[in-house]
Design a protein around this ligand. Structure first.
Ligand code: NDP
Length: 447
């Protein structure tokens, strides 16, 4: 089996050798899915996984825009349309200086499996730009978003490709992008999700990824007779996913000890309660400030510059910032300090070495493609509401989100149980996600 996996990866590396994040994501899937393919005749000899690692379409384009001083800037825009076997391409847009084809291909590839797991009819895609919204005025962000959509609009549509937010793309950016799409196409459609409430957005969409991550972690904990009540929780990031993961964990009775951003983390020994979390939301979403300011305001907190929070003793860890933010040494520290559950709110935040440590330690570990699928699932619900021209209540959407997260959890357990009873959620998520897409691809023939 090892030889088969190696031969497959050699072929992937030959074609994508300069894309380390993409190769990392494919390797993880190959290790779990190739043994499954070998045992299931219908997938044999069809090169199905090789077809899945090649994007159906990769679009790259120039985005020229003018800043407040009249200077002209050029950024690169992308849309990776990875797989449309089970529905229109669906996946976020990321605006961050680190964005490149490798990062977006890894995100698009993971998205295919994630969207399949939600049971909703959505293919996988991802896009974005190396534009950095940090330090830009609202007008500059608007001009960039408009310039970006001037090109992107021709590649997307409610039945073709429906982008959403991701790092650096929140409610403000979605508004500007939607406005320009509507202007160019002269149609009001559900072409982007994460829209504002009064113009087609869904209740619970802003909360969905963070809430869903905690719902998933709660399901995992319950398999071992535990829950969030009274547990110490360490969270990284302080953006959309981190904020709402913290809020839901608080609702379930946990104590939140940390939050972070790209400059460091804060540790509040008294815990981050609802009032302090409201301060963080205002700081990050309205004032666009830094998490270090939290420690200036609350004396119970210390700011650790340039560090990640994984050495803080906790019961549950929720990495909610970015890819590869938790390495093997961090994972060792978490396991040694008694952490029993890690659920990824971010995409691929744990390195392969970290995942190995979690599995060795036999602790509960959920990969992002399963545990953070609540965001895209609720985007799917937003698309349904847009098509039906109706709006479901907060309770209704939240209940659907909960049900979807429980179903994803059950699918992971179905395919992920090892012989000794330990649930390998990575294996479970990869196989469950693969089966639905592969079956659709087989039915549609070689295209
Ligand atoms: P935001 O832009 O709202 O927040 C991102 C957070 O991560 C910020 O606190 C940011 O800090 C921090 N961060 C970004 N880059 C780094 C880095 N290199 N090192 C340390 N911290 C960093 O993004 P989201 O909360 O939306 O996304 C977070 C993660 O969740 C991403 O992996 C995203 O792909 C994933 N995700 C998001 C979904 C969504 O619905 N939004 C859905 C599913 C997954 P700073 O402000 O300093 O940059």
């Amino acid at each position: 089996m090892e030889a088969k996996i190696k031969a497959f990866m050699d072929e992937v590396k030959t074609r994508n050798g300069h894309e380390p994040e993409f190769i990392q994501a494919v390797q993880e899937v190959a290790e779990t899915v190739i043994p499954y393919i070998a045992k299931h005749k219908i997938y044999n000899g069809k090169n199905i996984l090789l077809r899945m690692v090649e994007p159906e379409r990769l679009i790259s384009f120039r985005v020229a825009w003018v800043d407040d001083d009249g200077d002209i800037h050029v950024n690169r825009g992308y849309r990776i349309q990875m797989n449309s076997a089970i529905g229109p391409y669906k996946g976020g847009l990321r605006f961050h200086p680190t964005v490149n084809a490798s990062i977006l291909k890894f995100l698009a590839f993971e998205q295919v499996f994630k969207n399949s797991l939600t049971t909703l009819p959505m293919g996988g895609g991802k896009g974005g730009s190396d534009f950095d919204p940090k330090g830009k005025s609202d007008d500059e962000v608007m001009r960039f978003c408009h310039a970006f959509m001037l090109e992107l609009n021709r590649h997307i549509g409610p039945n073709t490709d429906v982008p959403a937010g991701d790092i650096g793309v929140g409610a403000r950016e979605i508004g500007f992008l939607f406005g320009m799409y509507k202007k160019i196409r002269n149609e009001f459609t559900g072409v982007l999700t994460g829209k504002g409430r009064s113009w087609g957005g869904s209740l619970i969409r802003p909360e969905a990824t963070g809430y869903g991550t905690v719902y998933f972690a709660q399901s995992m904990m319950q398999t071992n007779g535990m829950d969030f009540k009274g547990k110490d929780v360490v969270i990284s990031g302080s953006g959309n996913v981190a904020q709402y993961a913290a809020e839901k964990a608080l609702h379930l009775g946990a104590k939140i000890l940390t939050l972070s951003d790209s400059q460091g983390y804060i540790h509040d020994t008294d815990g981050i309660d609802e009032e302090k979390l409201a301060y963080v939301m205002d700081l990050k979403n309205n004032k666009r400030g830094r998490i270090s300011e939290y420690a200036d305001k609350y004396s119970s907190a210390t700011f650790y510059k340039g560090e990640t929070p994984w050495t803080v003793k906790c019961d549950i860890a929720l990495p909610c910032a970015t890819q590869n933010e938790l390495d093997g040494e961090d994972a060792k520290a978490l396991v040694k300090n008694g952490c029993v559950c890690v659920a990824e709110g971010a995409n691929m935040p744990s390195t392969p070495e970290a995942i190995h440590e979690f599995h060795e330690g036999k602790i509960l570990f959920a990969p992002g493609k399963a545990s953070n699928a609540g965001g895209v699932a609720t985007s799917g619900l937003e698309m349904s509401q847009n098509s039906l021209r109706i709006s479901w209540s907060r309770e209704e959407v939240d209940q659907r989100l909960k049900d979807i997260m429980e179903d994803i959890h059950d699918s992971c357990v179905k395919y992920g149980k090892d012989d000794d009873g330990y649930c390998n959620y990575v294996k479970g998520a990869n196989i469950a996600g693969f089966v639905k897409v592969a079956d659709a691809m087989l039915a549609q023939g070689v295209i």
